[in-house]
Design a protein around this ligand. Sequence first.
Ligand code: SF4
Length: 325
Amino acid sequence: MSYRGNGNGISHPSTNGHEPAHYAMLKEKIAILKRERNAVILAHNYQEGAIQDVADFVGDSLGLARSAQKTEAEIILFCGVHFMAETAAMLCPDKTVLIPDLAAGCSLADMIVPEQIRSWRSKHPDGVVVCYINTSAAVKAECDWCVTSTNGLKVIEHIPSEREILFVPDYYLGSYLKAKTKRKIHLWKGYCPAHAAILPEQVDRLREKHPDAEFLMHPECGCTTKQMHLADQVLSTEGMVQYAARSNAKEFIVATETGILHRMRQQNPEKQFYPASEHATCHHMQRNTLEKAFLSLVKLEHVVTVAPAIAERALRPIQRMLEIV
Ligand code: SF4
């Protein structure tokens, strides 16, 4: 997670040089609004560069959840997708959580509903259900543990070895955890379309073209099971950002949503970053724009809340995760 300490949000100009002319003015207005509203902006690594520039914190799901817990601001403008804003709303019931676009959902999270977990439990009464953080609050309410791609191994290792596990909803992250832990894990067949756009053949071509580049892979990638052994590093988004900064390599092939390249290039201007696929973009993440973030702060919309009865149960797997990692 990166902390943009000066808080004015305008000291990290986009490195792509293609921002619309009015963005500079919008960034200044957002900085003023943040102060007036006592608001903090949390942005996911996949958000467009201009949003990352105005954010107080940029990071992955886990880092953002932690930032939400720590902030003293009254308003959290959550520039990410809906399940992330729900998590912040549950962790910070006394704060107002806003999202720039209410339709910024998650195709992966939509691949499982609470009834499906209840059905699995009825057939596996001693089973343990572990959900990726990319799930709705209603699904989390049915689960025992929550994980992110940063801490999945740690959480699975925490579960007694004789218990069988259902992992939802990401098949590829689940496969990675199953291979690493050698545990009996039932895999849900959900996937992220943005990561599924990264094909093994594309990665092979890039590796041939850039033989000195390190290959960094997110475990959600559809090519994980076939190419995991080829990856120099299988990392969460935050892990990728940190690894790129400390590695001596000068070139990297990055297999995850392309929004992450903004921060990597900004922090390492002397290094080269190649997306494993230019098509690995999340249309949900891209629904949030700098204009919508600005309007969110002006109008104090769209407020994200979770019904108390769901929040009480959904917080349990999240809190258990946060206690051990
Ligand atoms: S990149 Fe994939 S997993 Fe992440 S929010 Fe978009 S659809 Fe969901």
